[in-house]
Design a protein around this ligand. Structure first.
Ligand SMILES: NC(=O)c1ccc[n+]([C@@H]2O[C@H](COP(=O)([O-])OP(=O)(O)OC[C@H]3O[C@@H](n4cnc5c(N)ncnc54)[C@H](OP(=O)(O)O)[C@@H]3O)[C@@H](O)[C@H]2O)c1
Length: 337
């Protein structure tokens, strides 16, 4: 049987795109055909290294002439929206890095365009919720007799904070490029909360702002009818705190809310049972395989169900992040509400 590979184009040539392409190679479901970069030499180098046949430095030409059917968008956050609009206008499926969009208005426009172009598939690359270990958490949570909230932590010092301390403003710490901790590692914790508990009734965000005006770290509290979920995330400090989901006497312990490498169930008598310890060869492989499954057969009932669920999650996460940010009075440069 001849397997039809998904023809892939990419925007952004940083390490995360290389990691995505490495996952794509492992999956054997895609073929990288087309590379866009602002710089010809960067595009050429990426293409040669990864076996792509075409390069572009002009986005219009990339979308109108490129021979791909799906685009992976891994540009700075503030550029995702316009590039996503172009992708849909050109009938390309799109995999957009998290956070896909910065405002609810942008998300609503993309939803409208997707409804008008039902052949186009959209995915937000929230890798944590696609992992075996996350599915183990979902399953165990469903078995708890009582649920009394959770604390999710994902904090990792970013080497790019060194540049901020030297007086520079890298994109990830810039209001111009929709940066900040909530927009970065925070997204994973918001995905954890929304996928496991749904949308909260009330929220509060206490950011720790840095010189560039973005949140370097912060704590968000999500209030549900019967419990709270607390999110801690940082790009300017490290943390080894585990994350926990509380039952009555029992709990689920997660090593790290973003990476989710180890999940342990601790019962009423303090017995520990490892319920998830799958370490993927590449952390992006589970999402890459999930997206390929749906792109290959979007009409399959399970695939359609998964697709609709991921789209709904993406809309909820966008809304929650936007509301948290607004309540904390963090506005991006040129932001249209
Ligand atoms: N899933 C994950 O684990 C993960 C990890 C890291 C980042 N991300 C996400 O991936 C996206 C990219 O993050 P990043 O840290 O790689 O961003 P970045 O380094 O600031 O930029 C990514 C790419 O966009 C292009 N670019 C950079 N500055 C630009 C500008 N001013 N105007 C136009 N294009 C520009 C560059 O490609 P060219 O020079 O080739 O044009 C660059 O390689 C973000 O949405 C981030 O949240 C996800």
């Amino acid at each position: 049987m001849v397997v039809k590979l998904i023809k892939l184009g990419i925007i952004g040539t940083n390490w995360i795109t290389q990691r995505f392409i490495d996952a794509v190679k492992l999956s054997q479901k895609y073929e990288l055909t087309t590379v866009y970069s602002r710089h010809e030499e960067t595009a050429r180098q990426f293409a040669v290294k990864n076996g792509a046949s075409e390069t572009f430095t002009n986005l219009d030409s990339f979308f109108s002439k490129g021979k791909f059917d799906t685009v992976y968008i891994a540009s700075p956050n503030s550029l995702h929206f316009e590039q996503a609009e172009m992708a849909i206008q050109h009938g390309k499926n799109l995999i957009v890095e998290k956070p896909a969009f910065s405002t609810q208005k942008q998300m609503a426009k993309i939803q409208k365009m997707l409804a008008e172009n039902p052949q186009v598939l959209y995915f937000e690359a929230a890798r944590n919720i696609h992992t075996e270990n996350f599915h183990a958490i979902e399953k165990k949570l469903g078995q708890l007799q009582v649920v009394q909230g959770a604390e999710f932590t994902y904090s990792k010092y970013s080497s790019r904070y060194d540049l901020v301390l030297q007086g520079q403003e890298p994109n990830v710490f810039s209001l111009k490029y929709a940066g900040g901790a909530l927009q970065d590692l925070g997204v994973y914790t918001v995905y954890d909360a929304v996928a496991l508990f749904g949308m909260p009734e009330e929220t509060a965000y206490f950011p720790q702002l840095i010189r560039t005006g973005v949140d370097g770290k912060g704590t968000a509290i999500l209030r549900y009818p019967e419990y709270n979920v607390t999110l801690n995330f940082s790009k300017i400090s490290n943390s080894h705190m585990t994350s926990e989901i509380y039952g009555l006497k029992d709990l689920i312990e997660i090593d790290d809310a973003g990476e989710i490498n180890a999940v342990i169930y601790i019962d009423d008598d303090n017995n520990k049972q490892v319920i998830g310890n799958t370490i993927d060869e590449n952390p992006m492989l589970p999402e890459v395989e999930d997206f390929a499954r749906v792109i290959d057969d979007p009409k399959n009932s399970q695939n359609k169900k998964d697709y609709d669920y991921w789209l709904q999650l993406s809309v909820y996460v966008n809304k929650l992040i936007y509301n948290l940010r607004q309540a904390a009075h963090i506005s991006f440069v040129g932001e249209k509400k």
